[in-house]
Write a protein that binds this ligand. Sequence first.
Ligand SMILES: NC(=S)c1ccno1
Length: 237
Amino acid sequence: MRVDVITIFPDYFAPLGLSLVGKARGAGVVDLEVHDLRTWTSDVHRTVDDTPYGGGPGMVMRPEPWGQALDAVGPGTLIVPSPVGKPFTQADAYDLAGLDHLIFACGRYEGIDQRVIDDAAARMPVREISLGDYVLFGGEVAVIVIMEAVTRLLPGVLGNASSLDEESHSAGLLEAPVYTKPAAWRDRDVPAVLRSGDHGRIARWRRDQALLRTAARRPDMMAAYPPASLDKADRKT
Ligand SMILES: NC(=S)c1ccno1
């Protein structure tokens, strides 16, 4: 997977060199390049913003640098993290993990001139994605989150790919509680079923716990369960 990130703060992306994303880059699973938007400015001050038409607070990112930047790195699937985007889900992470070329546009200030999005949409798929109903200083942190959610789904990145099968949101439920040694800790014991060696009972216990947890914390997920994406073989109802 080829990934281009366009930002006015390239240093934000040093963390992508660490951990799994760094491993994926080292293994050639992800080819990541971070670009400074100011590369495509032409004035001495390397200006990327201006006052908003119609008035109002703050500044808007100018279309010219963005247009040239996207011409240079595209086409691909353009992803714009934004408070006005579609809520990002695990299903979206799987979708993006199946694509060949992702281009992330990191907005700042009050946002990017809308014509940049509209112009790009005439030449490539565009997805405005929101991580939640809150506002960040810019899209950079959201790109790091999306990159981690996507990269870990790529073949060969996770040491044990089967861990994807039971994790939260993969089958429409929250994951069951997990435990490790010691069997007793501060007068709290690991549930006996998990130490029984009876894999059938353990699977049923984990399923029940996942259903209980989801019902208690995410009635929205429960209402949508089982997800249409879950094929019949996986519907453990
Ligand atoms: N909620 C998201 S993804 C965002 C991006 C920029 N500000 O908020």
